[in-house]
Design a protein around this ligand. Structure first.
Ligand code: SF4
Length: 384
C-alpha cells in the first residue's frame, strides 16, 4: 500500500478474507490514480453512456456490456433507451418486447433480470434506483460487479469494480499468477479497493470513484490487452512488475456444431409470413426465444440449403444450414420438411415479415432473416 493517508474500508465481499497479502502493493496509490486519471481524461473513448447522469442509463449500459462487445452495445443501448426511456416504462413493458430489443445481444437472461429489476425498483423504490451497493444488490440480476459499477459511476460511492479487464490489469501490475476461486478474487478486490479514491462530496461531474473504475476498465480494454498489451502506451508502466511478460491463459478451444433449420414462408394476400418456433423454457441457451423451426440433420439429406452461415456463441462455432421447401431431391416421396416439423411438439406461429423485428429472435435467427432479405434493420422498425 502507498504511503498516503487515504484509506477505504474493504468491500463487504472481501471481509471474510483472513490472509490478505497487501504487501505487494509497493507503490503510491495516489500516484497510480493520478497517472491513470490523466490518461483517461485524454484517451477515453466517446461512448453514448459516458457522462450519463441518469442512474437507469448507467445500469442499462453495465448490463448490456457484460460479455458483449462495445461496438455491438452502442446501437442497442440507444435504441433501448429510446423505446424504454425510464425505469417505469421498462417495468410496465411486455417481456416479449424487451427480449425483441435484446435480440442479437445474447445472454437473454440479462434482459429478463433487467426487466424484473425495473419492476422491483418501480414497486419498492418508487422508480428510483437505490444509491448504495448494499441496496443495489437487492435487485434481480445485480451482483457484486454491476452493483459496484452503478454505485460508483451513478452515485460516487467508493467501491471498486473487478471485471475481467480490471482483474487482468491488476494481476499484471502485481506480477501475480492467474488463480481461480473466490478467495483469490476477494484478495484482488481488496487491492482494487485500495487504489480507488474515497467517496467525493463534490457534484457528480467530479465523480472520482466512478471515473477511476471506468478508467481501470478502459485501460484493460484499450491498452492492457489480453494477448499483446501495448505497454509503451501504458500510463502505469512504471508500477508494473510484468510489462508484457505476464503468461496468458491459453484460449479455450472452439467447438463446432452443425444445425439445420427450416425456412417456411406463406402468403396471406400481399403479406409474407414466416414460421417461427419458440425454444423450450428449460434449455440453457436462449430459453424462450424465437427461431426458425429446427430440423434433424438427417431430415434434410440430399437437399441443398438456401443459406449457409457460421455463428459463434461463446466457445462454439455453429455451422447453420437453412432449408426451404423449394428444392427437393429428385424422386423423393418422403413427407415434406414442413410436415416433419409440424409433427413435432413445439410452440409455433406465423409472423408477418414486417413484424419480425418485434419478435424475441435469437441472434442467429435475426442474422439468417437479414441475410435472406426478409427483415429490415431493427432501427427502422423501432423508429417507425
Ligand atoms: S505495463 Fe503492460 S502489462 Fe503492465 S499494466 Fe501496463 S499494459 Fe498491462
Amino acid at each position: 500500500m502507498g504511503s498516503e493517508a487515504e484509506g477505504n474500508p474493504p468491500p463487504t465481499s472481501a471481509a471474510a478474507v483472513t490472509e490478505l497479502d497487501v504487501s505487494r502493493l509497493d507503490f503510491s496509490a495516489l500516484r497510480f490514480r493520478r497517472l491513470l486519471r490523466a490518461w483517461y481524461t485524454e484517451n477515453a473513448r466517446e461512448l453514448p453512456w459516458r457522462g450519463a447522469q441518469d442512474p437507469y442509463a448507467i445500469w442499462l449500459s453495465e448490463i448490456m456490456l457484460q460479455q458483449t462487445r462495445v461496438s455491438t452495445v452502442v446501437d442497442r443501448y440507444t435504441q433501448f433507451l429510446h423505446r424504454f426511456p425510464t425505469i417505469h416504462a421498462l417495468a410496465v413493458a411486455d417481456e416479449e418486447d424487451v427480449l425483441a430489443l435484446w435480440s442479437g445481444l445474447g445472454y437473454y437472461r440479462r434482459a429478463r433480470m433487467l426487466h424484473r429489476g425495473a419492476q422491483f425498483v418501480d414497486r419498492e423504490f418508487d422508480g428510483k434506483l437505490p444509491r448504495t451497493l448494499g441496496k443495489l444488490r437487492m435487485l434481480p440480476g445485480v451482483g457484486e460487479y454491476t452493483g459496484a459499477a452503478i454505485a460508483s459511476i451513478a452515485f460516487g460511492e467508493s467501491v471498486a469494480v473487478l471485471d475481467g479487464n480490471v482483474e487482468r490489469v491488476l494481476l499484471r501490475i502485481l506480477g501475480q499468477a492467474e488463480r481461480n476461486g473466490s478467495q483469490a478474487r476477494a484478495r484482488l478486490l481488496q487491492v482494487a479497493q485500495q487504489l480507488i479514491p474515497p467517496s467525493s462530496r463534490r457534484p457528480a461531474a467530479e465523480n472520482r470513484a466512478g471515473d477511476h473504475n471506468q478508467a481501470m476498465m478502459e485501460l484493460g480494454a484499450m491498452i492492457c490487452l489480453p494477448r499483446s498489451p501495448l505497454c509503451s502506451h501504458c500510463p502505469v508502466l512504471e508500477m508494473c512488475k510484468t510489462r508484457g511478460e505476464h503468461p496468458t491463459r491459453p484460449r479455450a478451444r472452439m467447438q463446432s456444431r452443425t444445425v439445420a433449420h427450416l425456412l417456411a414462408l406463406r402468403k396471406r394476400g400481399v403479406v409474407t409470413e414466416v414460421l417461427l418456433e419458440r425454444r423450450p423454457a428449460d434449455v440453457s441457451l436462449m430459453a424462450g426465444m424465437m427461431e426458425l423451426p429446427a430440423l434433424p440433420l438427417n431430415a434434410s439429406q440430399g437437399r441443398e440449403p438456401v443459406l449457409r452461415l457460421r455463428h459463434a456463441i461463446t466457445n462454439t462455432n455453429y455451422y447453420v444450414q437453412v432449408f426451404s421447401e423449394g428444392a427437393k431431391p429428385s424422386g423423393e416421396a418422403d413427407a415434406s420438411l414442413l410436415e416433419k416439423v409440424l409433427a413435432t411438439k413445439a410452440e409455433r406461429k406465423w409472423v408477418a415479415t414486417s413484424r419480425l423485428s418485434q419478435q424475441p429472435l435469437t441472434g442467429v435467427t435475426r442474422k439468417t432473416l437479414q441475410r435472406l432479405n426478409l427483415m429490415s434493420v431493427p432501427k427502422l422498425a423501432i423508429d417507425a
